[in-house]
Design a binder for this molecule. Sequence first.
Ligand code: PMP
Length: 406
Amino acid sequence: MKTISEIRADFPILNRTIHNRPLIYFDNGATSQTPTSVIEAIVHYYTYQNANIHRGVHTLSQEATDAYEQARQKLQRHFNAHKSSEIIFTAGTTYGINLVANGYAALMKEGDELIISASEHHSNIVPWQLACERSGATLKVIPMNEQGIWDMQVYSKLLNERTRVVCVQHVSNALGNIHPIAEIIAQAHRVGAVVLVDGAQAAPHLQPDVQALDVDFYAVSAHKMYGPTGVGVLYGKEELLLQLPPYQGGGEMIKQVQFEKSTYADLPYKFEAGTPNICGGIAFGAAIDYIHSLGIEAIADHEHQLLAYAIEKLQTIEGIILYGNPDLTQRTAVISFNLQGVHPYDVGVILDQLGIAVRTGHHCAQPIMDFYQIPGTVRVSFAVYNTFEEIDTFVAALKKAQRMLS
Ligand code: PMP
């Protein structure tokens, strides 16, 4: 494993100053920063390889196609999919979930049921509400307790022969809780339901093995995994992807087009209409290489040390309210908190003045905020390049903000 200074040197943006102070970037849950190797992959693509893929006989098109398909294979190996055709390139997690929700909207009927959880991101709520509106299916919700832990007994009771899809997050973006998705999946399969897991927050820190989990669909975004924005991957089991109708129509996703009827391309192209984000896919592959060059376990280990250190420091602040599972082994490096009597937005503004980027608000998880009856939280989320010294600076800045605001 590289030293922390070597890792930091891989991320040029960390040399920036914000309001004349060194940037402390604690908003990795929203998007992670990009290492030079990924930036170079993007520059290399546009400098030497830019061409449209899959349809060209010319060399450049073939080179771009090879690079794009190699990236798909890297992602297949990373997530341990059985076949590379089960890896669909998407625009991100949101797109992947909408693709599946749109498909089930067509396959479900009145009386069918869907299950989500109380801590979902809006992108794993709204697509299913739309699917329910279109199909007449009913949405059920696994409740959570004060610590954001799901009530698995209620989940068992919600499952029945009418349950078609269970759509849950692997890790909560608002709280950092790692959820028991292996158990969720096993129970859903017993009643014949399929499971989509929103892996946006898990994939940067854990390495989900889709076959070991026996998950049916798993959606991720590259930009939370040291890759670029606007690209992601949806893993789907072949037999289920074959059953789903296409999401978007257009070029690339067809076998034959006639005015009476068109037939669709084989997997994965059936779900990849139009010219894809070719450069993004290749750069996602480079981000996966970067993660493997450090080792995902080493990344997770460093982040856990940061998490434990930060929680210990934060607990010494009077009037702090910490959310999420207190068992830190069941958490990724996300900390959501509030200071008593202080609006989270105000904390965020002062921290920004001190060069510290945190996220404030509802984190696209309004039902969680409604549960706690709060307008939002302050959220810090760590990545592999964050340091203990940055946490010290942040905690001192937070105390300053508290003095200024109360
Ligand atoms: N689900 C979770 C848990 C997330 O944290 C996010 C991103 N904040 C998303 C889904 C949506 O990801 P994207 O905006 O990249 O599509």
